[in-house]
Design a binder for this molecule. Structure first.
Ligand SMILES: Nc1ncnc2c1ncn2[C@@H]1O[C@H](COP(=O)(O)OP(=O)(O)OP(=O)(O)O)[C@@H](O)[C@H]1O
Ligand SMILES: [Mg+2]
Length: 158
């Protein structure tokens, strides 16, 4: 669980989730992690796909790493992007085999099912929790962000 201030954002449709991803992609620094939490189908991969495309180009193929656990991307500005889906992670040894150390140190990491990492998840991550809303296409996002993120988030309209 991340510590810090909490923001709640209504996402009335898929485009709103994608717009939130684009906003956060503009703010992210190297060596930062976004932990994407939420039940099956709440939109973690939709968010991740829009985030990757914001940094790597709009025609980038972004498959869900359901079985590969990790997909890597080169951003247009040369930075490295790591998209994890750890639902099927068996243990922390397997996580280390994915080179999470390198990803977390220098890259930008999007992590679906970050709960699987336990204490391997750096403390300073941004936590984005998606939940179902009042209609088929409505979602709610709750962002928990430490000071490192919170100041930047205040500069944008979410
Ligand atoms: N407001 C919304 N935001 C995001 N996705 C939405 C929204 N409304 C409807 N959807 C739909 O919900 C589904 C979200 O699927 P997605 O694969 O992103 O979920 P997930 O959280 O990654 O699930 P999993 O845990 O299985 O990986 C998509 O089919 C998408 O079209
Ligand atoms: Mg997913």
């Amino acid at each position: 669980m991340a510590t810090g201030k909490i923001l709640t954002i209504e996402l009335p449709d898929e485009a709103a989730t994608q717009a939130l991803a684009v906003s956060l992609a503009k703010l992210v620094n190297n060596g930062e992690q976004l932990a994407l939490i939420g039940d099956l189908g709440t939109g973690k991969t939709v968010f991740a796909r829009a985030f990757v495309r914001a940094l790597c180009g709009s025609d980038t193929e972004v498959p869900s790493p359901t079985f590969t656990l990790l997909q890597t991307y080169d951003a247009e500005d040369g930075r490295e992007l790591f998209h994890f889906d750890l639902y099927r992670l068996e243990n922390s040894r397997e996580a280390l085999e994915l080179n999470i150390d390198d990803a977390f140190a220098d890259g930008i990491s999007l992590i679906e099912w970050p709960e699987r990492l336990g204490s391997l998840l750096p403390r300073n991550h941004l936590e984005l929790t998606l939940s179902y809303g009042s209609s088929e296409s409505h979602r709610q996002a709750m962002i928990t962000a430490g000071d490192n993120w919170y100041k930047r988030l205040q500069g944008i309209s979410l």
